[in-house]
Design a protein around this ligand. Sequence first.
Ligand code: HEC
Length: 142
Amino acid sequence: MRIVVIGLLCLLGLALTACGNDPEPTPVPEPTVAPTPAETPTPAPPSASLINTGKQLSSIHGCLGCHSVDGRENIGPTWQGLFGKTETLDGIGPVVVDETYLTIAIKSPSEEIVSGFPDAMPSNDLQVDQIDAIIAYIATLK
Ligand code: HEC
């Protein structure tokens, strides 16, 4: 029994000696300079991207072929200064242009006709969120 213990102690001693002879791993120095934050482009705020979507949709769906955005006369009324102005509709009279009015004007072009303009706007298959985007765009055209 004693021999076994001594043998084990020897083995242990050998192991320890072997370990002790191992070179200490050199510690990796901590970086002293804080890493500079990566230059990631800030994503556009939702409203800005909505406006941009509206602008693109207006172009893709041909709206801008009939509606100017700079006050110029065209087949349809200009979108410049449209949001918030008082528009006169055939058979209805003056209305303040807001989101509700614009939604109807875009969804059902023949439902409300702006006085002085023909019932010439074609219908479209725009989705609600697309109409919202176009309205957001129109609202920026002061
Ligand atoms: C072929 C020409 C034409 C196209 C294309 C057209 N419109 Fe019109 N739009 C008109 C005309 C004309 C009116 C005025 C008569 C009326 O109220 O429907 C009008 C009226 C409007 C009005 C109401 C303006 C006001 O002064 O109250 C809005 C808003 C509008 N259009 C949005 C759109 C959008 C959005 C599109 C694209 C999806 C579009 N239009 C495409 C001709 C057009």
